[in-house]
Design a protein around this ligand. Structure first.
Ligand SMILES: NC(=O)c1ccc[n+]([C@@H]2O[C@H](COP(=O)([O-])OP(=O)(O)OC[C@H]3O[C@@H](n4cnc5c(N)ncnc54)[C@H](O)[C@@H]3O)[C@@H](O)[C@H]2O)c1
Length: 450
């Protein structure tokens, strides 16, 4: 009671593109105001109706977001249905704040403070028993539902946080292994079956590296691949996990800002081939993503800048100021909503059509973050938006590449919708993919080139 299930549930449902079902509203809709029902029929009668309707909602084949009544987990049947049918998040609140919120409402069980506090204490153990995760806000619910664990210092709890109790193979970036490897190895303890070192940087995402990983891996299907490093390590390790034994679970532990706000989230894995970057890969949702921001303390400034471009991109999409946790939650929601990238997940490509074209024209000798910063300028201009924030925070400078090469790369990269080119833009209603005339797109591309 008073934890904010209705408000948070509604926000979570909207961000995940699901239907929101508030069990208290369903009950009131069928039988009348809850307070009246309590008075007229007594609580046991009410709980029986609640159990029936909750059971029906949980048995529905739709993946809805459901706000349960605070007393609902008191029913054994409901608890069983929850463990069978639902991913259950306890929305946690301390008793004093909860009481402040409900004291002047007409909720039947919040009419006097002593009863309220007693119920709070009584219900806690049941809540903890049914909860798959605990959260305090919408971001927390979304992160939990997506299997993303955010905790400073989480690296030291790796052994507990990697789901299951089978063996783990640690795949780590050579540089990161030197800096944070010992802690990871200690934290995995008895679960660590082997450590495989991966080259640092984009060289990791090569077929010969995957081949070596396939032949060195000694896991059976009870094992988990744990990836420690930036986006290149997690892309490579995720792809190895997706293909080894037709797929074993994997847990990315991203150590770059790019990795924490972007690459490690959403289950896209890939390697490069001579024909292009990320051309071979698989969708494989991680068993858990572990975000430990303290790992970023050793990240060189040059690498941090790459991440800031993706973070600002996410802020523009969300139209909000975000930290690492908030940006991770934003991406997680889009990926849960559209795991295979057929719809809103494509918004994450804001600015990227231009960025990829510039990178290709520069033979990939242009840091991705700098290309994204330029791409954001073009996307904002096409959206009729102010570019001041991108200019101040990322200071993009036009690059010296061949304009025609960049244009050809852009045409190859992008799906064309008839005569138009599909571009992610920001509209009054939020991000959208819109077809734009080629001349307009070319003009914006040319402005990014010196
Ligand atoms: N799968 C996806 O959805 C997705 C999304 C975005 C980007 N990506 C991919 O991510 C890759 C880029 O990732 P990245 O920017 O993290 O680069 P990266 O993995 O190459 O890491 C950058 C450099 O930082 C070093 N490093 C990493 N963590 C460190 C730490 N904590 N302390 C000190 N040094 C550290 C690495 O050794 C490396 O040299 C690209 O290949 C891109 O395609 C994938």
């Amino acid at each position: 009671m008073g934890a904010g299930k209705t408000m948070t549930g509604r926000e979570v449902a909207e961000r995940l593109g699901r239907t929101f079902v508030d069990m208290d509203e369903v009950l009131a809709g069928q039988h009348g105001a809850i307070r009246e029902l309590f008075l007229r029929h007594g609580e046991p009668w009410f709980r029986e109706r609640e159990e029936q309707l909750t059971g029906a909602a949980l048995d529905s084949s739709r993946a809805d977001v459901i706000a349960l009544g605070g007393g609902a987990p008191g029913s054994r049947k409901t608890r069983e249905a929850l463990s069978r049918r639902a991913y259950t998040v306890l929305l946690d609140i301390d008793v004093d704040r909860a009481w402040e919120r409900v004291r002047e409402t007409d909720r039947p069980n919040a009419q006097d403070e002593a009863t309220f506090r007693r119920l709070y204490e009584e219900r806690q153990p049941l809540y903890r028993e049914v909860a798959d995760a605990v959260a305090t806000d919408a971001d927390g619910v979304i992160l939990a539902a997506g299997g993303v664990h955010h905790e400073p210092g989480a690296l030291d709890r790796l052994g507990e946080l990697v789901p299951g109790d089978g063996p783990a193979a640690l795949l780590a970036d050579a540089t990161v292994l030197g800096i944070h490897g010992e802690r990871a190895i200690r934290a995995l303890g008895d679960r660590l079956a082997q450590t495989i070192e991966i080259p640092a940087g984009e060289q990791a995402k090569q077929l010969d590296v995957v081949r070596r990983v396939w032949s060195e891996l000694r896991l059976d299907r009870t094992g988990t691949v744990v990836a420690l490093g930036g986006g290149t390590t997690t892309d490579l390790a995720g792809f190895a996990a997706a293909t080894y034994l037709r797929g074993v679970p994997w847990v990315p532990v991203p150590t770059t800002l790019v990795g924490q706000v972007d690459a490690a989230i959403g289950g896209k894995t890939a390697i490069d081939i001579p024909e292009g970057k990320n051309l071979v890969g698989a969708f494989r949702w991680p068993a858990r993503v572990i975000l430990d921001e303290t790992l970023l303390e050793t990240l060189p400034e040059r690498e941090r800048r790459q991440g800031r471009a993706e973070l600002l991109k996410t802020e523009l999409l969300a139209n909000a100021t975000l930290d690492v946790r908030g940006a991770a939650a934003y991406k997680t929601a889009l990926c849960l909503r559209d795991p295979y990238d057929h719809g809103p997940r494509q918004w994450l490509n804001l600015g990227h059509t231009f960025a990829h074209a510039l990178e290709a024209a520069a033979d990939f000798d242009l840091p991705h973050g700098e290309a994204v910063a330029l791409g954001l300028l073009a996307a904002l201009r096409l959206s009729g938006r102010d570019t001041a924030r991108v200019e101040q925070e990322l200071q993009p400078r036009p690059v010296a590449v061949d304009g025609e090469r960049a244009w050809q790369a852009l045409l190859r990269d992008k799906k064309r919708a008839g005569d138009a080119i599909n571009i992610v833009v920001l509209t009054g209603e939020g991000p959208a993919v819109e077809g734009r005339p080629p001349e307009e797109v070319r003009r914006q591309l040319d402005r990014l080139i010196s």
